[in-house]
Design a protein around this ligand. Structure first.
Ligand SMILES: *[C@@H]1O[C@H](CO)[C@@H](O)[C@H](O)[C@H]1NC(C)=O
Ligand SMILES: *[C@@H]1O[C@H](CO)[C@@H](O)[C@H](O)[C@H]1NC(C)=O
Ligand SMILES: *[C@@H]1O[C@H](CO)[C@@H](O)[C@H](O)[C@H]1NC(C)=O
Ligand SMILES: *[C@@H]1O[C@H](CO)[C@@H](O)[C@H](O)[C@H]1NC(C)=O
Ligand SMILES: *[C@@H]1O[C@H](CO)[C@@H](O)[C@H](O)[C@H]1NC(C)=O
Ligand SMILES: *[C@@H]1O[C@H](CO)[C@@H](O)[C@H](O)[C@H]1NC(C)=O
Length: 472
């Protein structure tokens, strides 16, 4: 506890060593503050470690909060809040376009679809106040994402549809999806937001077939569902950092300090990769804490540590190395059958705390999206997304042809959805009054990730057909 405030002080003083003081204040400080801010909010919400630590009474909830060693961090983040109110101005002037969101539009094989950037766009209103499923039609909806059950009263946030600039994003059709993935295995690999995406997909698919719950580990970090009619397997492989990240234990107590090893990817997912047809990889929310970075037997530096002889690194640096290692590992997979695995990198999804952070009354009670023009691309979320995008482009250009890579770039779309989070409606028994502005309500804005995923799979299928005809 005592030492955890130091890393942040240190970061204030040492950020951007090459810059003059004035420069630091002008350019560096907002970034530093931003880093602190994200460190803080994410430390809390992503310490939903299913690893039964301490502090909280009997953990029956599927997720719980590790309250330890974050207090000073939050105090620092308060400074951020004071200096830097969030740039989320609600502007109701949304575009007046309306579409029917109740029925899947027949997917026409038009040419524009293949080249259109699905991720550049805006939200438009749908005509009907509805969604693909409800908390009674989805049997697998996790309690903590069941916002209506926990008292969310507004439902207009369900009425928005993502509209790419150059084309239409087809509605999600579970039959089309399940036919594409028939006989295949898909895994979500990542943290609790990856889990959130899988849970959304499960709800979407269960409108066509209720899956069997075939595997669950004791901490519910690894879960497998099976759709018998389509012989489709869907799983979550939980991984905080994608690469090996070990928490330091001192006298039997977790310290919240991690050692990251960029030479070693997390075996928990790596050993499953050869079986998979689809791997949806994401990460990012755990990278804002005290960490020591190791590679090739050397200490590359640390994040938020205050040691004189250790180089200070930021979370972008760390995230970059983690994605580089992960994507290279997959690209070099020897046991993967040629052409079998499609790897999809899902980019960082922003949290939306306003007026504070988790323990200072931060909330997210907006009821509609913000406009495209209001998205602040100077924010840290966008930097993280750019790091991920660069690593994705690197592996795509260095592709050996064995593994295919695609991107599911949700960051920009989700930056416009401060209305999509559970806020206070997440049924938390132990932390009453604290808001979840990180995960996403089900049903809700996150369901669009699977619309995008389906569009990617369809494009990929078209490409495969073209390629196999070309080869034969
Ligand atoms: C979280 O930590 C604070 C400060 O150490 C403590 O006062 C509070 O009771 C803790 N909350 C829980 C739920 O354990
Ligand atoms: C917690 O678990 C213990 C032992 O299993 C039990 O005696 C106690 O009543 C439980 N407390 C709550 C609040 O559920
Ligand atoms: C929406 O649905 C209504 C009723 O089904 C129909 O009359 C209308 O033409 C549809 N609008 C669009 C844009 O598809
Ligand atoms: C679904 O949400 C409603 C409120 O809209 C709530 O009353 C009900 O208990 C919820 N049902 C389930 C199964 O979660
Ligand atoms: C660990 O426990 C030992 C014995 O109780 C104690 O001497 C030592 O200071 C502890 N170390 C830390 C870092 O707390
Ligand atoms: C959102 O919550 C804040 C803090 O509780 C409150 O001041 C504000 O009025 C709320 N806004 C809406 C739209 O409910």
């Amino acid at each position: 506890m005592k030492s955890s405030s130091k890393p942040f002080d240190h970061k204030f003083h040492n950020y951007g060593k090459k810059e003059s003081c004035a420069n630091l204040l002008i350019k560096g400080l907002p970034f530093v503050l931003t880093s602190l801010f994200i460190a803080t909010i994410l430390t809390f919400f992503f310490l939903y470690s299913p690893n039964p630590l301490t502090l909280l009474p009997n953990q029956t909830h599927d997720e719980f909060i590790d309250n330890h060693s974050q207090i000073e961090e939050h105090e620092h983040a308060n400074d951020f809040i004071k200096h830097h109110s969030q740039n989320l101005n609600l502007n109701q002037e949304h575009e007046d376009q309306h579409v029917n969101i109740s029925k899947p539009s027949p997917s026409k094989p038009n040419k524009e679809k293949k080249t259109c950037d699905l991720f550049k766009g805006h939200w438009i209103r749908g005509l009907r106040g509805s969604s693909y499923y409800t908390n009674s039609s989805c049997p697998t909806i996790p309690d903590s994402k069941n916002c209506f059950k926990h008292g969310r009263m507004d439902n207009d946030f369900l009425n928005w549809k993502w509209k790419p600039e150059q084309c239409e994003l087809p509605m999600f059709d579970p039959k089309i999806f399940l036919n594409i993935v028939r006989g295949k295995k898909m895994a979500f690999i990542g943290d609790s937001v990856a889990r959130n995406h899988m849970d959304s997909l499960l709800c979407l698919l269960s409108q066509e077939e209720i899956p069997k719950d075939i595997h669950k580990d004791s901490e519910d970090k690894f879960r497998t569902y099976y759709f018998p009619k389509y012989d489709f397997t869907l799983m979550i492989l939980w991984s905080r950092f994608l690469i090996v990240g070990e928490e330091r234990i001192v006298n039997g107590t977790d310290t919240g300090i991690f050692d990251l090893h960029f030479d070693k990817v997390d075996e928990d997912w790596a050993k499953v990769i050869p079986e998979l047809d689809y791997a949806i990889v994401s990460s990012g929310h755990w990278f804002f804490r005290l960490m020591y970075l190791h590679q090739g037997g050397k200490l590359l530096g640390c994040v938020y540590c205050s040691e004189k002889n250790v180089i200070n690194r930021d979370s972008d640096f760390t995230l970059r190395l983690a994605f580089e290692a992960t994507l290279n590992y997959i690209n070099n997979c020897k046991e993967c059958r040629k052409g079998k695995l499609l790897t999809i990198l899902r980019t960082f999804a922003p949290a939306h705390f306003e007026g504070g952070i988790w323990n200072t009354g931060g909330y997210c009670n907006r009821t509609s999206p913000i406009n495209k023009g209001e998205v602040d691309l100077n924010r840290f979320e966008w930097n993280l997304r750019n790091v991920q995008m660069e690593e994705f482009m690197k592996v795509k250009n260095n592709n050996k042809g064995n593994i295919r890579f695609e991107i599911l770039d949700v960051t920009n779309a989700m930056m416009m959805r401060p209305d999509g989070h559970p806020g206070q409606h997440w049924g938390n028994k132990w932390m009453k009054g604290y808001n979840d502005c990180t995960h996403w309500c089900l049903p809700g804005a996150i369901d669009v990730w699977s619309e995008l995923l389906l569009a990617i799979l369809q494009r990929e299928g078209d490409q495969e057909r073209i390629m196999s005809f070309g080869l034969e």
